[in-house]
Every structure is written in C-alpha cells, then in structure tokens.
Write a protein of this length. Structure first.
Length: 134
C-alpha cells in the first residue's frame, strides 16, 4: 500500500543545507533570466535540484550531482563549450501564441559532477545561467 505522504515532494532545503548534504560544492547562478525566482531546492538521487519559476508560469531547473543521478541525454544535441569544458545542448521550439517559446536542456561534466540546466529557456539564457554558476 502506498501512503500519500510517501508521494509528497521532499521539503525544500536552503542552499546551505544542500551544500552540507552534498558530497560536492553546490553551485548557484548569479545571472538569471528577467523575473526568475527560486521556488525551492531539493536533493534527488544524490543530485541537488534548484527549481526556478519564470513569468507566465514558465519554469526551469538547475541540477548538479554525480553522473549516475540521471540518465545521459541522447547524442543528437549541439556541442557547446560551457565553463571551459565540452557540453551539449538540446533546444526545442514549442507551442504557438502565448505558449510559444524554446525549451532547452544543457548538460556538461566538471570532474566527478554533472550539471543539467533545463526548462523554458532559450539557448542563450541556458548558457548565460551556466556561465554564471559560482
């Protein structure tokens, strides 16, 4: 039997709590798209996931953790250089009218950690967020 409490998302952490729980240095962005605000931070399968809300209900996440925390995306993305290392970005133009926009998934590895930035971001926005991680 599944208990409803087992299905609830874990409580949000502060960036300090996430850094203490992680076996790696947790990065945070200093450059965000206009109107972006942090919704919460969670630990998921060893990765620290920062969830952001954009205006008009759009969202994106920044996840950082061991490569085993998530499956690697396919190899059909565009190669990019991120923070001085090779990465890959996948971009999808989606919707029409007010729902129009781009969705991007950017991923790269630094040492033993992999970083994923994905959601309702343009390629330019995703790369800017990535380069601002400190």
């Amino acid at each position: 039997m599944v208990n409803l409490a087992d299905m609830e998302p874990p409580a949000s952490l502060t960036i300090e709590e996430a850094a203490q729980a992680a076996d790696f240095a947790v990065l945070s962005p200093s450059d965000l798209p206009a109107g972006a605000r942090l919704e919460g931070i969670n630990e998921v399968r060893g990765a620290v996931v920062q969830r952001y809300r954009l205006p008009d209900g759009k969202r994106f996440t920044i996840a950082q953790g061991p490569a085993s925390a998530a499956e690697a995306p396919g190899e059909n993305g565009e190669p990019v250089t991120v923070r001085g290392v090779k990465g890959v970005i996948f971009v999808d133009d989606a919707g029409s009218g007010e729902a129009a926009g781009q969705r991007s998934l950017l991923t790269w590895s630094e040492g033993e950690e992999t970083v994923w930035i994905g959601g309702d971001l343009t390629k330019t926005e995703a790369l800017a967020v990535a380069e601002s991680l400190r």
